[in-house]
Unconditional design. Structure first.
Length: 213
């Protein structure tokens, strides 16, 4: 179960994030409302899989780089007010695993946390569309949590039967998930999966209901 530390956010966003994460039985919020200057201490104490940062409270963009260097095993998800493509791309270049708008739909924020915990890069669609040419966007739809689990096992070289056994689902269900994954990632088959090893960003649609709505 991925553990999460959340930085201090505006009241409505903070409440929304707390409710979202607490309602997901597969996430564990171990600390919330942590001031930016106390984030390193909180990571030392809890060793979370994911830390949520408030873009507005960063002293400088280099804060993300410093955290990534100090805690490479903790994935960094930055939430910002309508981030520009340049801001999102800069966050990823500094070591963030995801950069999302605070207006992203609630379910997509939760899915993004799960994906980020697996090291998969996530960008809002608006940022990806105008992003740097150095970023190769591999899809326009966000994977579901189950699809992300199947993708992780596919990347590990597991067969359909092994995936079915590991996840306690049927082989035909695995095949269905795999087809959906290939469609969303714009590839033909598992033979095309090695390019995902470059940790190219996955797109999440940010033009939906806000987390504080």
């Amino acid at each position: 179960m991925p553990t999460v530390v959340s930085a201090k956010f505006e009241d409505l966003v903070a409440v929304g994030l707390r409710v979202l994460i607490s309602e997901d039985p597969n996430l564990d919020l171990v600390a919330a409302g942590v001031p930016m200057e106390e984030i390193p201490r909180s990571i030392d104490e809890h060793a979370p899989a994911v830390v949520l940062l408030n873009f507005g409270t960063l002293r400088a963009h280099g804060d993300v780089f410093e955290l990534h260097q100090a805690y490479p095993d903790t994935r960094i998800v930055v939430l910002a007010n309508r981030p520009t493509a340049a801001e999102c791309n800069q966050m990823l270049s500094f070591g963030a695993t995801a950069c999302l708008s605070k207006e992203t739909e609630a379910r997509d924020i939760v899915n993004a946390i799960h994906l980020a915990s697996r090291g998969m890069h996530v960008l809002p669609r608006s940022a990806a569309a105008g992003g740097s040419s150095t970023l190769d966007i591999i899809g326009s739809e966000l994977l579901t949590r189950r699809e992300a689990e199947v993708l992780e096992l596919l990347n590990d070289g597991a067969t359909n039967a092994q995936i079915a056994h590991r996840l306690s689902i049927g082989i035909e269900t695995v095949r269905t998930h795999a087809r959906n994954i290939y469609r969303k990632l714009g590839i033909a088959s598992r033979r095309d999966l090695p390019r995902l090893a470059r940790q190219e960003p996955i797109v999440v649609d940010a033009e939906r209901r806000p987390v504080n709505g």
